[in-house]
Design a protein around this ligand. Structure first.
Ligand code: Z5A
Length: 207
C-alpha cells in the first residue's frame, strides 16, 4: 500500500523541527516506516540548491530565480526520494513543501499564485500532501524562539512586513483546503500543540 505524505509548515521558529521528531516517533510507534526530509533540500543536489538559496552574497538573487530554484530542488526531491519512498509504502514526513512557496515567494515576495500553480502542476503532476500541519503563531513569538539559535540566513533577515505577508498567505491556504490542513495554534505550550497533532495523526492512521 502506498505510504502517506505529511508536511509541516509555518513561519520561522514556530516549532516545525521540534514537532517533526514528535510525529516521527508517534508514527514509528504505530508501526510505520518513516522517511524524514526537508525543503529546500532532502537530496544531495537539493541541499546544494539550498545553500544557494539561504546564503548571503553581494549580488541579490532575483525573485524569479529564487522561485525556480525552489522547484528545481523539489523536482529532484520528488523523483529521487519522495515518490520512491511513497511507492515503497513508507510514510514521508517533510519539513516544508510547496505551501512554503505560495507563502514565501507568493505572499512574501508578491509573485502571482497563478505562476506558482503552473510550476506546481508541471513538477508535481497532481501530487499533494495527504496532511499538512500548519503551525501558526504571531511572528514575534517565532522570531523570539528562533533568535536563540545564532546566525541568520538570507530569509531570516527580511523586514517584519515580509513575515506578516507570509503568515497571511499561509492562513489563506489553510482556508482554501480545510480537509488537508490542520491549523494549530503554535503559541500554546508544546504539550498542547502535540496533543492536537496526536489527535490528527490518530485519524490519519485509520484512513
Ligand atoms: N522557503 C521558501 O522561501 N520557499 C519554499 O518553497 C521553501 C522554503 C520550501 C528555510 O526554512 C527557509 O526556506 C525558510 C523559508 C524558505 N526561511 N525562513 N524563515 P527552514 O525550515 O530550514 O528554516 P526555518 O523556518 O527558519 O525553521 P526553523 O527556524 O528551524 O524553525 P522551526 O523548525 O519551526 O522551529 P524549532 O527549531 O522546532 O523551534 C524553535 C525553538 O522553539 C526551539 O528552541 C524549540 O524548543 C522551541 N519551541 C518549539 N515549540 C515550542 C512551544 N510550543 N513552546 C515553547 N517553545 C517551543
Amino acid at each position: 500500500m502506498r505510504g502517506k505524505f505529511i508536511t509541516l509548515e509555518g513561519g520561522e521558529g514556530v516549532g516545525k523541527s521540534t514537532n517533526l521528531l514528535f510525529i516521527k516517533e508517534r508514527l514509528e510507534a504505530a508501526g510505520k516506516k518513516v522517511v524524514v526530509t526537508r525543503e529546500p533540500g532532502g537530496t544531495e543536489i537539493g541541499e546544494e540548491v539550498r545553500s544557494i538559496l539561504l546564503a548571503h552574497r553581494e549580488s541579490s538573487l532575483h525573485e524569479t530565480t529564487e522561485l525556480l530554484l525552489m522547484f528545481a530542488a523539489r523536482a529532484q526531491h520528488l523523483q529521487q526520494l519522495i515518490l520512491p519512498a511513497l511507492d515503497a509504502g513508507d510514510w514521508v514526513l517533510c519539513d516544508r513543501f510547496t505551501d512554503a512557496t505560495y507563502a514565501y515567494q507568493g505572499g512574501g515576495r508578491n509573485l502571482p499564485f497563478e505562476k506558482i500553480k503552473i510550476l506546481e502542476d508541471f513538477v508535481q503532476n497532481g501530487l499533494k500532501p495527504d496532511c499538512t500541519f500548519l503551525l501558526d503563531a504571531p511572528i514575534e513569538i517565532g522570531m523570539q524562539r528562533a533568535s536563540e539559535r545564532g546566525e541568520l540566513d538570507r530569509f531570516e533577515t527580511e523586514e517584519q512586513q515580509f513575515f506578516h505577508r507570509v503568515r497571511a498567505a499561509y492562513q489563506k491556504l489553510a482556508k482554501l483546503e480545510e480537509d488537508r490542513f490542520h491549523l494549530i495554534n503554535a503559541s500554546q505550550s508544546l504539550t498542547s500543540v502535540q496533543s492536537e497533532i496526536s489527535s490528527a495523526l490518530d485519524q490519519l492512521l485509520v484512513k
